[in-house]
Design a protein around this ligand. Sequence first.
Ligand code: ARG
Length: 255
Amino acid sequence: MKKKIFALLLTTMLTVSSLAGCGSSSSDGTKGANGTLKVGTNAAFPPFEYVGDDGNPDGFDIALINAIGEKLNMDVQVQDMEFESLCTSIGNKIDVAIAGMTITEERLNTVDFSDSYYEAVQAVLVPKGSTIATADDLKNLKIGAQLGTTGEFIASDIEGATVSAYNKAVDAVNDLNNGRLDCVIVDKNPAEVFGSQFSDKLDVIDGTAFDFEPEFYAIALPKGNTDLATKINDALKELKNDGTYDSLVKKYIEE
Ligand code: ARG
C-alpha cells in the first residue's frame, strides 16, 4: 500500500515537473519567452549546414536546432564561424554549437555534448577512376581535409601522408580537382554532396573500406551546465518521438 502511494506520488511529481519543464519558469508559451539561444555553426558542411539562398545558414542542423528552440520557447540566433573556434567560443560568443560535430575525447576536455543525434563515418573523395581502395593505398599520399576536423586527425595518422588542412572542406575539394591532392577525407554525407557536384571528376569511397570508425554527431554544450543539457536532450527526445526528426532527415539528408 505504502509503495503504491509512493509510486502515485512520484508519478504526480513527475507530471507536475514535466509540465513545468514544458512551459518553463517565466514562459507564457510565446515564442522566445525563455530568451535567446546563441548557436554557433560552420555553414560549409552540406547537407548539415550551408549558406542558404537568402544568405543565412540553413541545413539539417539549423532546422534541428530551430525545432529544439521552439520546444524550449527560445529564440535561436545562429552565427556562422570557423569550425576550429566553435568549442572555445562556447560560454562567451555562443551558448552551444551544432556543426556535424563528432563527440571526441579531446573535445570533451573543453565542452559537454548532448545525446548524439546522428551516426556518421568519414569518406574518401578520389579522382574518378582512381585505384585507391584500401587503407594501405592511402599511405604516402597528399591528403586534404578541413582544419580541426576528425578527417584531419585521421589523415594525420596515416603513414607517410602529407596532410593539407583547409578552412573549408570545399577548398580541399577544389585542390583535389586541380590535381594538388590525391584525395580528401571528409564526413560521408558532405562527401556525397561534393561528389555529386563534381560527378564528372570525383568518386566517393565509404570509409568502412578503410576501417574508419563510426562517429557520433552531437550538440556541443557548455561544460557542467546540466540544466541546459537536460532541456536540450528532452527536446531532442520529443522531436524523435513526434516524427519531426525523421521528417528533417527526409527533407535535408535523404532528398
Ligand atoms: N564531424 C567532423 C568533426 O567533428 C567534421 C565536422 C565539420 N563540420 C562543419 N560544420 N564544418 O570534426
